[in-house]
Design a protein around this ligand. Structure first.
Ligand code: NAD
Length: 294
């Protein structure tokens, strides 16, 4: 059992913190939104009045925030939490943010002798609730070993990708590829359907052939082909278009800085932005199928 402070109790952070409570850790939480705190209090966590109060006496500090600026504000900006932590504390930021902010936060933590790891997740709200997230970690090997004991109560796969920032790089690479193969899958299904094929039969054929991919395997974007997929539930998320656009923005920034020719990624971003602008931001990202069917 560990004393864990958890900051950021939104769609992802709420169920992740609840799983830590369930695993019998002593969890103290804080979120700017009181309703988010109340929910997790019911699950058995202690609610603090501020981020600073939440971290008092903690062994692990976990954050799950929307974007890089929130993480910077929390650790080195207005909240300045790094200055309030004992050097024994292990900090795990699970937010999806730019690698530069993750590296800068890791460096600032290192200067204070604090172990920091960026640990963005793959899996979405369903996996956060089920405790089956995948964590992509960036930080020292020693910090990773310590973190594993706690991450295991929220997920089932943990990867050490490299030093601070490496988790964010892995996440951006993965989500750029996800956007590309989702769009590719929707195009293939649309082409088959317009040429007289049943999308369910075509899906089975491609799943047994070289077109096989994750979108086809567990997240089929054609309504009715896969009962459990968002496509069969009116494209209720799932993983929202807004978040995919955010992640593609991070990927484009990363590719640009490294001089990578990522034309497929850029096109995927343009298509997702257009889809978002048509009022689909809060729908599941597989709803991009409708853009082609229109
Ligand atoms: P969310 O907007 O539902 O939750 C973020 C929470 O952080 C909010 O409750 C907000 O009040 C709180 N917050 C913001 N600033 C704060 C501060 N200074 N102090 C305390 N609380 C603060 O977002 P989410 O869907 O839970 O996503 C969180 C992160 O996880 C994002 O970086 C997102 O990209 C990533 N992610 C989300 C999913 C998903 O499917 N939702 C999947 C993978 C990764």
């Amino acid at each position: 059992m560990a004393a864990i402070a958890f900051i950021g109790l939104g769609n992802m952070g709420g169920p992740m913190a609840a799983n830590l409570v369930r695993a019998a850790h002593q969890v103290t939480v804080f979120d700017l939104v009181p309703e988010a705190c109340a929910k997790i209090q019911e699950a058995g966590a202690e609610v603090a009045d501020s981020a600073a109060a939440a971290v008092a006496g903690c062994e692990f500090l976990i954050s799950m925030l929307p974007a890089g600026r929130h993480v910077a504000e929390l650790y080195t900006g207005v909240d300045g939490l790094l200055d309030q932590l004992d050097s024994q504390v292990t900090v795990l930021d699970c937010s999806t943010i730019d690698a530069a902010t993750a590296r800068a936060t890791g460096e600032a933590a290192g200067e204070r002798g604090i172990g920091f790891m960026d640990a963005p997740v793959s899996g979405g709200v369903a996996a956060a609730t089920a405790g089956t997230l995948a964590f992509m970690c960036g930080g020292e090997a020693e910090t990773f070993e310590r973190a594993k004991t706690v991450l295991a109560d929220m997920g089932k796969n943990m990867f050490h990708a490299g030093p601070a920032g490496a988790g964010q790089v892995a996440k951006a690479c993965n989500n750029m590829l996800l956007a590309i193969h989702m769009i590719g899958t929707t195009e293939a299904l649309e082409m088959g359907a317009r040429n007289g094929l049943d999308p369910a039969v075509l899906s089975q054929i491609m799943l047994a052939s070289s077109g096989r991919n994750w979108s086809l395997e567990v997240y089929n974007p054609w309504p009715g082909v896969m009962e459990s997929a968002p496509a069969s539930k009116g494209y209720a998320p799932g993983f929202m278009v807004d978040l995919m656009v955010k992640d593609l923005g991070l990927a484009m920034e990363m590719a640009g800085q490294a001089g990578v020719d990522n034309r497929m990624g850029q096109l995927a971003r343009q298509l997702y932005e257009a889809h978002q602008q048509q009022g689909n931001g809060r729908r599941d990202f597989s709803s991009i199928q409708e853009m082609l069917s229109a």
